[in-house]
Design a protein around this ligand. Structure first.
Ligand code: NI
Length: 226
């Protein structure tokens, strides 16, 4: 399941991040990928261990922790701290799949990448090209979102970033290990949760919404790994 999560950051927060990112040094994005990725990846990133990257990454996760739609869809257990990338002058990232396991810097821990996230920090009209294309069983999906919006998609998907031919595309990206490993089970829980919330908004809390909420939690108990 791919999901567009709007307004993860306010316009003010986007401006703050963009200003901080302007004052930093970018390095070759091939530093954080394996062999297959390195062959097709042409972009720049903030150094993974830089204090700026860590601080900005924290602010992204803080904003995300307040986002109920993201929580309901991702059921996050752990995050790889957000990184930041920049594409310009024809830079691109060819078709690839994200590595299945990543280490969490500074912790010695490893995390299974269930979900990949891209948080857009540039407005679509600021650059030409730069579409994120995600391939799944239903075809290829093209994604180019307003600044502050996020796309979350299964890390099992092949994906690419088209060349940026004008302007610059700045994003934050990160991975999530979900409490629920299987995409179809997570998607079912998301659908159930969303319908319960709509029902509650329409008719208020009643015996049926309480029973359905119980059903949701019992499925989560059955399927989660925490
Ligand atoms: Ni990727």
């Amino acid at each position: 399941m791919m999901l567009h999560v709007p307004d993860v950051l306010t316009p003010e927060q986007v401006r703050g991040l963009r200003t901080a990112l302007q004052a930093t040094d970018w390095v070759d994005g091939r530093q954080t990928v394996g062999e297959q990725g390195a062959r097709v990846k042409r972009n720049r990133q903030l150094p993974e261990h830089s204090s700026v990257s860590r601080e900005l990454g924290k602010s992204v996760l803080t904003a995300l922790s307040r986002n109920q739609l993201f929580f309901s869809a991702a059921l996050p257990l752990r995050f790889v701290p957000p990184l930041f990338n920049r594409y310009e002058s024809g830079e691109h990232y060819g078709l690839h799949v994200d590595g299945a396991v990543r280490s969490v810097p500074g912790t010695g821990e490893q995390l299974r990448t269930d979900l990949s996230c891209t948080l857009f920090l540039s407005e679509p009209e600021e650059y030409e090209g730069g579409e994120l294309e995600v391939v799944d069983t239903y075809g290829t999906h093209e994604v180019k979102l307003p600044a502050g919006d996020l796309i979350v998609y299964p890390s099992t998907s092949l994906h690419r970033v088209q060349p940026v031919t004008q302007g610059a595309r700045v994003c934050s990206f990160f991975w999530v290990q979900s409490m629920v490993r299987e995409n179809h089970q997570r998607a079912m829980l998301f659908e159930l949760d969303q319908q319960i919330q709509k029902l509650r908004a329409r008719i208020g809390e009643c015996d049926e919404t309480v029973a359905l909420t119980g059903h949701y939690h019992n499925l989560l108990r059955l399927w989660s790994e925490v």
